[in-house]
Design a protein around this ligand. Sequence first.
Ligand SMILES: *[C@@H]1O[C@H](CO)[C@@H](O)[C@H](O)[C@H]1NC(C)=O
Ligand SMILES: *[C@@H]1O[C@H](CO)[C@@H](O)[C@H](O)[C@H]1NC(C)=O
Ligand SMILES: *[C@@H]1O[C@H](CO)[C@@H](O)[C@H](O)[C@H]1NC(C)=O
Ligand SMILES: *[C@@H]1O[C@H](CO)[C@@H](O)[C@H](O)[C@H]1NC(C)=O
Ligand SMILES: *[C@@H]1O[C@H](CO)[C@@H](O)[C@H](O)[C@H]1NC(C)=O
Ligand SMILES: *[C@@H]1O[C@H](CO)[C@@H](O)[C@H](O)[C@H]1NC(C)=O
Ligand SMILES: *[C@@H]1O[C@H](CO)[C@@H](O)[C@H](O)[C@H]1NC(C)=O
Ligand SMILES: *[C@@H]1O[C@H](CO)[C@@H](O)[C@H](O)[C@H]1NC(C)=O
Length: 382
Amino acid sequence: MLKLCITYSVLVFLALKAAHSALVETVTTSLIQGVLGNSNKSNIVFSPLLLQDGLKQLYIGAEGNTSAELENLLQYNGGYSLLSSYQGVQLPENVELNIASRLFVAKNVTVLKDYQENIKRLFNSTVEFVDFKDSAKASTIINSWVANQTRDKIPKLIEKTEASDVMMLLSAIYFKGLWAKPFDSKLTEKREFYSLDDEGKNKTIKVDTMYKRDLYRSHEIQELDARTIEIPYANTTVSMVILLPNQIDGIDLLVKNLESLHVDELLRKDVVPSKIALQLPKFKFDLSIELKPMLQELGVKELFKAANLTKITAAPVSVGSVFQKAVIEVDEKGATAAAAQVITATAVSVDTAKDFHVNRPFVFVITDFDKVYFAGRVGNPT
Ligand SMILES: *[C@@H]1O[C@H](CO)[C@@H](O)[C@H](O)[C@H]1NC(C)=O
Ligand SMILES: *[C@@H]1O[C@H](CO)[C@@H](O)[C@H](O)[C@H]1NC(C)=O
Ligand SMILES: *[C@@H]1O[C@H](CO)[C@@H](O)[C@H](O)[C@H]1NC(C)=O
Ligand SMILES: *[C@@H]1O[C@H](CO)[C@@H](O)[C@H](O)[C@H]1NC(C)=O
Ligand SMILES: *[C@@H]1O[C@H](CO)[C@@H](O)[C@H](O)[C@H]1NC(C)=O
Ligand SMILES: *[C@@H]1O[C@H](CO)[C@@H](O)[C@H](O)[C@H]1NC(C)=O
Ligand SMILES: *[C@@H]1O[C@H](CO)[C@@H](O)[C@H](O)[C@H]1NC(C)=O
Ligand SMILES: *[C@@H]1O[C@H](CO)[C@@H](O)[C@H](O)[C@H]1NC(C)=O
């Protein structure tokens, strides 16, 4: 059976959405734009949800200019109190989703009681004291926690700890969904992909490409000169949405304009599913990414110098790094025997299907149209 295990962090985000719908969506897409636009890696994957959760956990412990800068980035504008409670949210069903947080703190540092209570209540997070001087032991404790929360998909997050470390705010997310309409692996074959390497050079490569002819929602987004396709997971509100540039070399323009996109526009309720011949490459990669430069560019500065986190601890601190490691794997799988029969039934069809050939660099998001769990760019699917 698929298991659903979720922490309060998602509830908080939904509470924010209810209060400031459009604003929160803009935060998400501007963070996605910030990450994709500031990295020249051809393949990128990260979790906007984790980034926002981590920043919120800092925000409720911040004062002065540190607080103002985070408030500005998160677009709270003093209008919404993160500390108010929220109830009655529908969570996505039938996908495996685990989101967790923990604050690892040096043994000789005191964390204020109020802060401990707040992160417990809002993020289901707890404080665990470790000896950062004993790098081998502390790293093992932290990496084991991450490995467990990610079902071993990320076995090692940190290399070592330093004696000068004061605290580490850990967050983890694990997601697994089965396609509502699985791909038939017999129809997967090598097809051309106009890839982009890390130097931005064009190269046509052959990649394993899945094929399915079925009904999908797809629409044009003019500002991005791109088309979307929604590929739903089974029995849930969660989907993967692909943004495919109309031009072979349109990925940069698409990423540059992402900021103006609202998460709402990814799914237009008025779009009726239509018959589409979908070619989608299989892909699997991981990425380690330092998000500090992007956050500095977005105006979060004091946090990285002399942070005012006086609502967490009196110890003088500065944040040295905001590091994410993420993995993604997209394939035909998840298909049960019953699901495979569905494929066979739909693979042969009439000729009216529109083509949607994902044969050039594209952007993807995994979303339930409230929250964006993962986002990324694929320039080279091999
Ligand atoms: C809160 O976290 C604990 C582990 O620290 C976990 O066992 C529990 O299921 C979580 N609660 C929710 C509501 O996710
Ligand atoms: C943090 O900000 C508060 C409120 O502005 C201020 O009173 C305090 O002196 C600041 N502390 C540090 C360490 O900057
Ligand atoms: C906040 O920043 C402003 C402008 O840089 C500065 O004048 C002010 O002293 C800072 N306030 C605190 C509490 O650090
Ligand atoms: C905690 O211990 C570390 C390493 O011994 C030391 O550098 C740091 O100053 C101590 N912090 C506090 C708040 O005592
Ligand atoms: C691993 O995670 C599961 C579920 O979140 C939890 O029940 C278990 O205690 C954890 N194990 C360790 C060794 O942390
Ligand atoms: C990629 O980006 C980094 C940092 O922005 C830069 O130092 C590097 O030169 C870039 N590499 C290429 C090949 O453009
Ligand atoms: C890549 O190929 C496209 C289409 O053939 C072309 O328009 C574009 O200028 C090329 N870009 C580079 C960087 O070579
Ligand atoms: C989705 O729900 C239907 C009806 O309950 C069930 O037959 C099917 O197996 C489910 N699919 C998945 C992948 O869980």
